[in-house]
Structure formats: structure tokens, C-alpha cells
Ligand binder design. Structure first.
Ligand SMILES: N[C@@H](CCC(=O)N[C@@H](CS)C(=O)NCC(=O)O)C(=O)O
Length: 223
């Protein structure tokens, strides 16, 4: 049996969604973030040494990293669904976006979250101007220009095709959904980039996406 080690409000929502798209049977083992730190509980480290979500287990296999999990599920259980045919340009685009999501899109979004917290979080009054000054410089000089370039790029790519890897919905769209949702939540994505906003609308309208939300429970973008 496939078991998803599912942290509330997390990337493991994507794995539930893929499993729903593939209509596979699975169980959910739930973990709750610490209300103060928002970190995963220690129990998740008993499943995988890094204690991050998602983790998938099936028989004697334990697999972490959402991209690896998605590749595994599509290859092992997909029966050719949600992946462009091998050897095509769309297949290469599929691989590209599958990696881009966590390798390039997420890092500046996570950095934004961290530096927003430094800027706004509680701290001794005498440190505040220095901490805020540093956070501000990093955000303006590095994080925001990168986010803008990435959003412009993704917007242009969705001008080329309906989905990231071509005319058909693929598992790369499931992987890309998290950075696009995160960009809408805190990365400056708004109606000024209509292709990305329409893309989000198309994702939210999918039956399997809704079923995954029902099974997974609360879902808001945190990290
Ligand atoms: N690149 C990893 C990132 C995993 C990750 O950072 N997961 C977050 C949830 S979205 C997490 O477990 N956060 C809780 C913590 O760090 O304690 C993936 O795509 O699986």
C-alpha cells in the first residue's frame, strides 16, 4: 500500500493530488506543524532522517523529495499517463519544469518568507534597525529581482502552451503548482500576469485537485 506522510499545509498536498489524478489507492499518515515554529514534528524524522514532507512509503521503499516521488509514481504506477512520450521535446520540457519547481522557483520564495519574518518579527529594539536594513537590502537587491524575472519567464512560457510541458496536463504541472501558488500567496503574482492566474484557475478546477484537498485537509502555503 502507498502511504503518504503528510504534513498539514505543505508540499505533500501535491503528492495527494497526483495520486488522485492517477486514481491510485493510498493511505495518509498525518503530521501536524508546531503552531509556533511551523516546523514538522520530530515523528517525521523517524520516517526519513531530514524530517521534511512529503515522504512516501510503499513496501520496503521510503522516498523523500517531491520531485523524486512524482517521478517514481508516474514511472511505477502511471501507465503512461501524465508524462509526454519519451524522446519528444515536450518530454524534455516536462523534465525541465519538474526540476525547475524546487531547484529554481522555490529558493527565492523561501528566502522571501525568511527575510519577511526577519523584517517583521519580534526582536530587541536596539537590533531592529540593523536587522531590518539587512533584510531590506537582500530583498530589494536579490530576492525581488529574481522573483520578477522568474514570474515574467513563467508567464511567457504559458504563452507558448496551455500547460508547462505542452498542450497536455502533466505531472510537471502538479510539481509547478506549489511555486505558482506560493508566488500568488507572497511572491507578487497578481492579475498583471494573466496567463499564470488563468493557469491557477485551471488547476483549481480539476476534480482530482479538489478531491486531494478534501482528503488532505487544510492547505495554505507556508514554506
Ligand atoms: N525540496 C523538498 C522540500 C521539503 C520541505 O521543505 N518541506 C517542508 C514542507 S512544504 C517541510 O517539511 N517543512 C517543515 C520543516 O522544515 O520542519 C521537497 O520538494 O520535497
Amino acid at each position: 500500500m502507498i502511504v503518504v506522510h503528510h504534513l498539514n499545509n505543505s508540499r505533500s498536498q501535491r503528492v495527494l493530488w497526483l495520486l488522485e489524478e492517477l486514481e491510485l489507492a493510498y493511505e495518509i499518515k498525518r503530521y501536524q506543524r508546531d503552531a509556533k515554529t511551523m516546523l514538522a514534528p520530530a515523528a517525521l524524522r523517524e520516517v526519513h532522517p531530514l524530517g521534511k514532507s512529503p515522504v512516501l512509503s510503499e513496501g520496503d521503499l521510503t522516498l523523500a523529495e517531491s520531485g523524486a516521488i512524482i517521478e517514481y509514481l508516474v514511472e511505477r504506477h502511471g501507465r503512461g499517463r501524465l508524462i509526454p512520450p519519451a524522446g519528444t521535446r515536450d518530454r524534455l520540457r516536462y523534465t525541465y519544469w519538474l526540476h525547475f519547481a524546487e531547484g529554481s522557483a522555490m529558493p527565492p520564495l523561501v528566502m522571501k518568507l525568511v527575510f519577511d519574518r526577519i523584517e517583521k518579527g519580534p526582536m530587541p529594539f536596539f537590533v531592529r534597525p540593523i536587522a531590518r536594513g539587512i533584510a531590506n537590502r537582500v530583498k530589494r537587491g536579490f530576492i525581488e529581482p529574481n522573483l520578477t524575472r522568474q514570474l515574467d519567464y513563467m508567464e511567457a512560457e504559458l504563452g507558448r502552451s496551455t500547460w508547462f510541458a505542452g498542450g497536455e496536463f502533466t505531472a510537471a504541472d502538479i510539481q509547478m503548482s506549489f511555486p505558482v501558488e506560493a508566488a500568488a500567496a507572497r511572491g507578487g503574482l497578481d492579475a498583471s500576469r494573466p496567463k499564470l492566474m488563468e493557469y491557477l484557475g485551471r488547476i483549481h478546477a480539476r476534480e482530482a485537485y479538489r478531491r486531494a484537498l478534501e482528503r488532505g485537509g487544510e492547505f495554505a502555503i507556508l514554506t
